[in-house]
Design a protein around this ligand. Sequence first.
Ligand code: C5P
Length: 409
Amino acid sequence: MSLNNKKILMIVGGGISAYKALDLARLLRKKDVKVKTILTKSGKNFVTPLSITSLTNNKVYEDIFDAKNESEIDHISLSRWADLILVMPTTANFMTKLSLGQASDLATTVILASNKDIVLVPAMNVRMWLHSATQSNFKTLSGYGYKFIGPEKGEMACGEYGEGKMSSPRQILSYLKEYFDNKNFFKSKNIKALVTTGPTREYFDAVRYISNNSSGKQGYEVALAFSRMGIKTTLVAGPSEINSSKDLVIKKVESSVQMLEEVKKSLPVDIAVCAAAVSDYRPKTKAQQKIKKKITELNYLELQKSPDILEFLSKNNKARPTLVVGFSAETENIIKNSVLKLKQKYCDLIIANDVSNKKTGFNVDYNKVSIINKKGQIEKIPRNKKSFIASILVKKIMENFLSNSKKNH
Ligand code: C5P
């Protein structure tokens, strides 16, 4: 059973649908899920701590400063205890607090300090949900990696009809079941992924090199999204300002040759995603010292092709990953050029991204991509935060991986 013995920290917000949290707690307990609860100040207007305790068999946490329970109520240990944090109902006000990164009470502090997936279950009036401010919060929070269940369309407590109704406890339960099923599945199959990211530096003397503007963010987010699915992930990163992460094995490299070496060492893997902006050419020679200006012979640099890591992986008969995915940054004829690259490099999928303007692509937090498969089918993902794009990409990549695995067996 995927839910058996899982630990869920439920945050009950202030909304008329807060009573449904009791129903969910009951369903979760039936599935042997351990539930701890934080009741927000406004949530307390709708449900009582006593009713929650009776259903969850656990005490309810309310205040950030609790003299009686100082060690137990520590916001870090509460968040570390949980496998997942669920906020139901999530009000418009709570979304604003999270968008701003507030830590003004126990619930927001636990969330800000959390290293777990956080699932928000919005419930509000249709006008509130559709308001630009809420929609902008929704985008921001999705970008931060928060997940959403609903809201649904339907009749609301206020009598109006539209989008904003909270998903039912049964819908939430089936979401949670699917979430843990996926995680358990990939973990139990010991699936491994490899991601390359960032630029490379190709030195022609002791201090100078050829490189590009890639920030490495998209590949980093893709690697994190794999790891959130329970997939063991190695990230081979060219020089970039990415944070370290306890969920990833990160191997830092500088040149394309080093990147290829680290990639080889990481094999075999089941899935490879080459998001690195590898320099296509590298100097034929590297001077050991800084080249002096007065050397008049340096009128040109002799270059040679860099190793193509994506092509190496795709054509690697001995240890070809089941799924090889390339990226294709283009400024013109994006789809046409990307389809060509998919064929030339023998990959299974190519992610085309438009780097023709400063709003998406290189060195910014946003991206706009299309996923192209070998049949030439194209799926467009509109402009969004790279973390959000990464979650969608990884979901699609896993669908393709599973169908390729079935074909190969
Ligand atoms: O040919 P182009 O550089 O446009 O191809 C981009 C794709 O190939 C990306 O997935 C990139 O990571 C990969 N690539 C590579 N090694 C190279 C050049 C590109 O892995 N030397």
